[in-house]
Design a protein around this ligand. Structure first.
Ligand code: SAM
Length: 474
C-alpha cells in the first residue's frame, strides 16, 4: 500500500524497486536531459539582487564507467528481448560515449517505470531534442510502438537565439500508455483570441463566421492538440502568479503544464509518481487535482524544496508530507555519515539546521552552510548577524576546531556550529570556548559563539542555541 504525500530521498532506480508491480496510475517526470551542465540554485544578496552564492542542485553530465557498463549488462541480460536488442544497436552506433551512458541510465529506469505502472496507467516523459530521438526508440522498445500516444511539443519563449540556427524553443513530452486500457480525458485550452467571436446567437452563444460557416466560441475552450504553445504558458502564468510558484530551483516547470497531463491521464484519488521530482511541480499539480502522489529525488536540496513549496501552496495540509530515505535515528545518521559523506553534510545543513547549503563551485573555506538573523536597523536598513556551520562526518581533532574558529573569523561570522558524530574531548571543548560568548544586541539571548553539536542530540530534540532568523533552502 502506498502512502499519499510521500517524498523519498534516494536513487529512483533503487527506490522504484520497492514499489509493487502495477501499483501506480500515472508517471509524469522530467529527468535530466543530458545537457552536459551542472545546475545551480542562485541565492540572492540581502536586497534580493544579484546572486551571491551558487549552490549545486544536480549534475547533468554523464560518463561511461562501471555503473553504465553494469546497467548496460542488466538491460541485455536481465531485460533482454526488444529492449536488449535496442540497447545493443544503440551501443554499436554511439559506442561508450556520454550519450550512451545517459541512455543506459534512463533505460534501466524506464523498464522499472513500465513495471510499476498499472495496465490503465500512462507515462509522460519530459525531455528535449538533445536526446529525445534516442529516448523515443527506447520507449518504443519498452512500452511497444502501439502504445505510443503523443509527442507533445511544449513551445516556450524563454532563452536566447543562436546565431547559426533557428531558436531552440521547445521541449518534448512523450506520452505512452501501458496498455489499450489506459485512461484518457480530453483537455481543452482557452481560446487564444476570444474577441474574434463577435456575433451572439439567440441563446447568447458567441460565434465567428468563416468560409465554412459559424464557428462557436466554447466557454471551455478548444480541444488540446499536441502542440502546447507559450501563449498558453502565459495564460498559465496568469492563472498561477509566478510569485507563488517560483522556487528558484533550476529547471522548474510550470504547474499548469503538469496539471494538464494529470487531468488528462488520471482520476481523482489515483496515484501519481514523479521519480525525478526536483522541486515538485508534478506533485503540486497532483495535489491541486486531488490525486495521491509520491516524489523521489536524489538530493536533500530537492526534497527540502518540495516540502517547503508544499507548505507554501497547501498550508491547510502543512506537515502532512512523509519524508523517507532520511535518517530517522542516530544509528541511521551515523550510517549515512560513513557511507555518503556529501549526503550526510547536505542532510545536516539543510534538514537538521535549516541553513543554506554552501556546496559552492569554488572552495568553501571550511564553511558548509550559513544562516543569518536580523540584529536591528541602521539608517533604515536591516542589518544581519551571521552563523556558519561545518560538518565533520568522521573523526576530528583539536586542530579542526581551531581551523573552524579561524574560518569563522575570516568570514566575519558571529556564531559557528561544528557538527560532529562523536563527543569532543575536554581539550576540544576548551578550544571551542576560546571563541567566547555571543550576546544578541536586543534579544535576551546569549550562547557560546562556537558550539560543537553532536548529531545524536538532534534525535533527542535538542538543537544548537541560535537566534531566530531566516532559515530557508531556496
Ligand atoms: C530536470 S530536474 C526536475 C525538475 C522538476 N520537473 C521541477 O519542476 O522542479 C531533474 C531532477 O532529477 C533528479 N535526479 C537525477 N538523477 C536522479 C536519480 N537517479 N534518482 C532520483 N532523482 C534524480 C535531480 O536531482 C533533479 O532534481
Amino acid at each position: 500500500m502506498h502512502r499519499n504525500r510521500t517524498l523519498i530521498r534516494g536513487d529512483n532506480y533503487i527506490e522504484m524497486q520497492h514499489l509493487s508491480d502495477a501499483s501506480v496510475d500515472l508517471i509524469a517526470t522530467d529527468p535530466p536531459f543530458n545537457s552536459k551542465r551542472d545546475y545551480f540554485v542562485p541565492f540572492r544578496d540581502d536586497q534580493g539582487r544579484e546572486p551571491d552564492t551558487l549552490v549545486k542542485a544536480f549534475t547533468d553530465t554523464w560518463t561511461w564507467g562501471d555503473a553504465a557498463a553494469e546497467a548496460y549488462d542488466a538491460l541485455l541480460m536481465e531485460v533482454g528481448g526488444q529492449v536488449g536488442d535496442t540497447m545493443e544497436g544503440l551501443r554499436k552506433f554511439l559506442k561508450e560515449t556520454p550519450m550512451m551512458a545517459y541512455l543506459v541510465m534512463m533505460g534501466i529506469r524506464i523498464v522499472e517505470m513500465h513495471r510499476i505502472l498499472k495496465d490503465t496507467g500512462s507515462l509522460y516523459l519530459h525531455c528535449d531534442p538533445t536526446a529525445s530521438h534516442y529516448l523515443k526508440i527506447m520507449l518504443d522498445a519498452v512500452f511497444g510502438t502501439k502504445h505510443f500516444r503523443n509527442e507533445i511539443i511544449w513551445h516556450y519563449q524563454m532563452g536566447t537565439a543562436p546565431k547559426t540556427a533557428f531558436g531552440r524553443k521547445h521541449d518534448t513530452i512523450f506520452f505512452y500508455n501501458k496498455s489499450d486500457k489506459s485512461k484518457f480525458t480530453r483537455q481543452s485550452k482557452p481560446v487564444v483570441n476570444p474577441a474574434r467571436y463577435k456575433f451572439t446567437d439567440e441563446d447568447g452563444r458567441k460565434y465567428d463566421v468563416n468560409g465554412v460557416g459559424k464557428r462557436y466560441y466554447l466557454d471551455e475552450g478548444q480541444t488540446c492538440d499536441d502542440v502546447w504553445t507559450y501563449v498558453q504558458e502565459k495564460q498559465y502564468q496568469q492563472l498561477n502568479p509566478q510569485a507563488k510558484e517560483k522556487t528558484g530551483y533550476p529547471t522548474q516547470k510550470p504547474v499548469e503544464l503538469y496539471k494538464r497531463i494529470i487531468a488528462a491521464s488520471s482520476n481523482e484519488g489515483d496515484l501519481v509518481l514523479d521519480p525525478f521530482c526536483g522541486c515538485g511541480t508534478t506533485l503540486m499539480a497532483a495535489e491541486s487535482l486531488n490525486r495521491h502522489w509520491i516524489g523521489i529525488d536524489l538530493t536533500y536540496l530537492a526534497i527540502g524544496a518540495v516540502n517547503q513549496q508544499f507548505d507554501r501552496m497547501f498550508p491547510q495540509h502543512r506537515d502532512s508530507v512523509t519524508i523517507a530515505g532520511t535518517p530517522e535515528n542516530a544509528a541511521q545518521a551515523l550510517a549515512l555519515a560513513q557511507t555518503d559523506h556529501q549526503g550526510f553534510e547536505e542532510w545536516c545543513i539543510t534538514h537538521v539546521l535549516h541553513f543554506k547549503s554552501n556546496a559552492k563551485k569554488v572552495a568553501d573555506g571550511g564553511i558548509d552552510g550559513t544562516f543569518r538573523f536580523p540584529i536591528g536597523k541602521v539608517k533604515g536598513k536591516q542589518e544581519y548577524g551571521r552563523v556558519v556551520a561545518q560538518v565533520k562526518g568522521g573523526s576530528y581533532t583539536l586542530g579542526h576546531i581551531r581551523d573552524f574558529r579561524t574560518a569563522m573569523q575570516n568570514d566575519g561570522a558571529d556564531l559557528g556550529v561544528f557538527v560532529v558524530t562523536s563527543p569532543p574531548s575536554s581539550g576540544m571543548r576548551t578550544e571551542a570556548s576560546r571563541a567566547g560568548i555571543y550576546r544578541h544586541p536586543f534579544l535576551n539571548m546569549e550562547a557560546p559563539a562556537l558550539q560543537i553539536y553532536e548529531i545524536q542530540d538532534y534525535f533527542e530534540g535538542n538543537l544548537p542555541t541560535l537566534p531566530f532568523g531566516e532559515r530557508s533552502l531556496l
